[in-house]
Unconditional design. Structure first.
Length: 115
């Protein structure tokens, strides 16, 4: 099982990034997918989630209206489009796959937003 995040980097406040998470080794289309983030000294928090069929999404209040989560089940990939980035969005972003009692995590991708 692998979840490989990419797309992170250094961006100025107000800018945009698109994170990708490529999945392999499991039946991607069965899994609900989520993006979490963890800033230094803080707990990991849910940013956005999308159900297995892509018909339902949810977002943390802090990113509503600025982020969009999507998935491509044919490509086994989930995305997080982040716009109007703020310094407080600086964190390591992790991809999560969940199905029943199974949870898989990626290694994370760093997002740093400068002023």
């Amino acid at each position: 099982v692998q979840l490989v995040e990419s797309g992170g980097g250094l961006v100025q406040a107000g800018g945009s990034l698109r994170l990708s998470c490529a999945a392999s080794g499991f039946t991607f289309r069965l899994y609900d997918m989520s993006w979490y983030r963890q800033a230094p000294g803080k707990a990991r928090e849910l940013v956005a989630g999308i159900n297995s069929f892509g018909g339902s999404t949810n977002y943390a209040d802090s990113v509503k209206g600025r982020c969009t989560v999507s998935r491509d089940n044919a490509e086994n990939t989930v995305y997080l489009q982040m716009n109007s980035l703020k310094q407080e969005d600086t964190a390591t972003y992790y991809c999560n796959a969940h199905y029943r009692f199974l949870d898989y995590w990626g290694q994370g991708t760093q997002v740093t937003v400068s002023s």
